[in-house]
Design a protein around this ligand. Sequence first.
Ligand code: 5GP
Ligand code: MN
Length: 349
Amino acid sequence: MDLNLLKEEELASLRQLLTTAKNIVICAHRAPDGDAMGSSLAWMDYLNGTGKTNVKVCMPDATPDFLHWLPGSNAVIRYDRRPREVERIFKEADLVCCLDFNQPSRVDAMQEALESSEAPRLLIDHHLDPDEGCALAISRPDMSSTSEIVFRLICQLDGFETMTRQCAECIYCGMMTDTGGFTYNSSRPEIYYIIGQLLTKGIDKDEIYNRVFHNYSTNALRLRSHIILNKMKVVEELHASYYTVTKEDMTQFHFVKGDMEGLVNIPQQIKGLKLSISLREDTEKQNTVLVSLRSCNGFHCQPMATKFFNGGGHADAAGGKLNCTLEEAEQVVIKALLYYKDQLKTKVL
Ligand code: 5GP
Ligand code: MN
């Protein structure tokens, strides 16, 4: 099966960037998820295997608990913990690899450090609207995940033979998490061919699923149930649902980062639902509401995220942020639903 993504001249330019680089930094978006972490660590593993001895992975903030098992995860340097060190790494880098994000603003507080670097930037990503200031942008919104792109690049760079099990685990984790365990964005045959290839490296896919998806604390499961039971609102005629999560909800169930991960997908289990929105108070910043959107059944939430929630993302999985109270954010949701009411109203056959 032909997995090649790059045209000859792009491949030559990628090879050129990699050959000349000694000090390499890899970074991904804030609140890194399975794909951000998986693709970054796989890319690091690959680069190490080609003899690069100074490859650093820098993330803006905490990596979730359920990803700490990822090989190489303990080498990640967090900007929120060690800002000076991360600034120095960016300054000394001669190649900056931006994985799983499209625009520098997606690394939040780390943006200045990233932009202060004079090194060429290599972007490997599957979000829409890639940053134009890169030496080489490998932007493929048609791919399931950045991890899938990384796998294909490694193959195109003739690195499959020597790919380690650890690298394969990271790639599998990223592909699995960005497709909700291969339940969306996952109908291309290449994906299953790639999984077959990864299995030849000795990965245990069932174990990876367990580690990632069966990792809730009792409190987390109760918090999630509480939100669906008591907080979820369904606007039946618009095939839409939304819920709010207050600081009190989170305190009551001893919230820790990651506990709400993926909950926004659950309302999509309602027959015919097109749109699910999560509004969560930021536990760290005052007057900040974190917004997650998911869509299906022919509606696409990405334009809504851009227009109403200062964000963006993928066609059917987007996010954003509002600087207001939760009550005000709820009003924005209602406005957004009304704005798109004609598209939302039509019934799915
Ligand atoms: P989540 O709901 O899982 O936080 O985010 C889903 C997707 O939305 C992410 O993969 C990312 O592409 C996008 N996203 C989340 N927050 C933002 C944001 O603030 N700005 C932009 N442009 N995209 C976001
Ligand atoms: Mn991704």
